[in-house]
Design a protein around this ligand. Structure first.
Ligand SMILES: [Zn+2]
Ligand SMILES: [Zn+2]
Length: 288
């Protein structure tokens, strides 16, 4: 803030004498003096009421009023600083949750539930976010908004999102001396909400089933929720002639893991038109 100058004309104005000595050893409350002209080095002339303060030892000090434009600028700067801090905190939170940048501005409010099925899924996800427990399994083709909904839940709770591949990479790195396997499992088993995306994308199926089985079991014991997302369908819903079908969840996970996932989980099946495609079309319609 710009330092405000005391004008020379202060003593020449029609204000009462400023330097009248107060009675010794008495506390004198500050006195508002009549409004007069001041000059801000940055903003020029302004008017305001100075305050006369008298200390215990009788010394008098005139405090000029703040320049209103300086005050306004300071308030705006503070507002900007607070907004930047909020953005930094948000960024740090989303980074810690391992949420991809393309989802930083996405939540339930930006989800386009354009079919009855998606509307029902949004409802289920909102209920899960309000009281997360057990398991939520989202199955369906890519681009149907599964990750968008999982991120929306994650933002309302707290926790972390990993693809199955990322978890495998972290574990492999730990086996090679980069990081601690124990710490990785601790996070996976104890984070308030764990989202595992692209469950189907890891070929190392024996190894995946091992860590997944362990994590699912531990989280079940700790009564902590978990969300699985897979670009898959259940074997019961399979219409493929290819056997074994690589799009069946059973192709990717051991049966004990599947039964653990599904036993107390809500299963959300995403089908129909491509959500991302639909979203792009709608964005185009709005902008064009
Ligand atoms: Zn000023
Ligand atoms: Zn199949």
């Amino acid at each position: 803030m710009t330092k405000t100058e005391r004008p020379d004309e202060l003593g020449e104005s029609d204000a009462p004498p400023l330097n009248a000595p107060p009675p010794a050893n008495s506390a004198i409350p500050p006195v508002n003096l009549p409004e007069q002209a001041f000059t801000c080095q940055k903003h020029g002339a302004y008017r305001g009421a100075p305050v006369r303060c008298t200390s215990f030892d009788g010394r008098v000090k005139i405090i000029p009023p703040d320049c209103p434009k300086c005050l306004e600028e300071a308030a705006l700067a503070k507002e900007k600083e607070e907004a930047e801090l909020k953005t930094r905190q948000k960024t740090a939170r989303f980074t810690q949750m391992n949420i991809g940048k393309k989802f930083w501005d996405e939540d339930f409010s930006t989800f386009n539930a354009y079919t009855p099925q998606l509307k029902a899924h949004v409802q289920t996800c909102r209920e899960f976010a309000a009281a997360p427990h057990g398991k939520l399994v989202m199955l369906g083709e890519n681009g149907n908004g599964k990750t968008h909904l999982a991120v929306s839940i994650l933002k309302e709770t707290s926790g972390v999102l990993y693809t199955a591949y990322e978890i495998t990479l972290k574990l492999h790195a730990a086996y090679n001396g980069f990081g601690s396997e124990w710490e990785i499992f601790k996070e996976l088993c104890e984070t308030p909400l764990l989202v595992i995306d692209e469950v189907e994308k890891v070929k190392d199926s024996q190894h995946k089933s091992n860590w997944m089985s362990h994590v699912v079991g531990k989280r079940y014991d700790h009564l902590l929720p978990i969300i699985f997302i897979a670009n898959c369908h259940m074997k019961n819903d399979c219409t493929s002639n290819e056997k074994p079908c690589p799009k069946c969840l059973e192709f990717h996970l051991e049966n004990d893991v599947i039964s653990r996932i599904v036993e107390d989980g809500s299963l959300l099946k995403f089908s129909g038109a491509d959500y991302r495609y639909k979203k792009r079309i709608e964005a185009k319609e709005i902008s064009g």
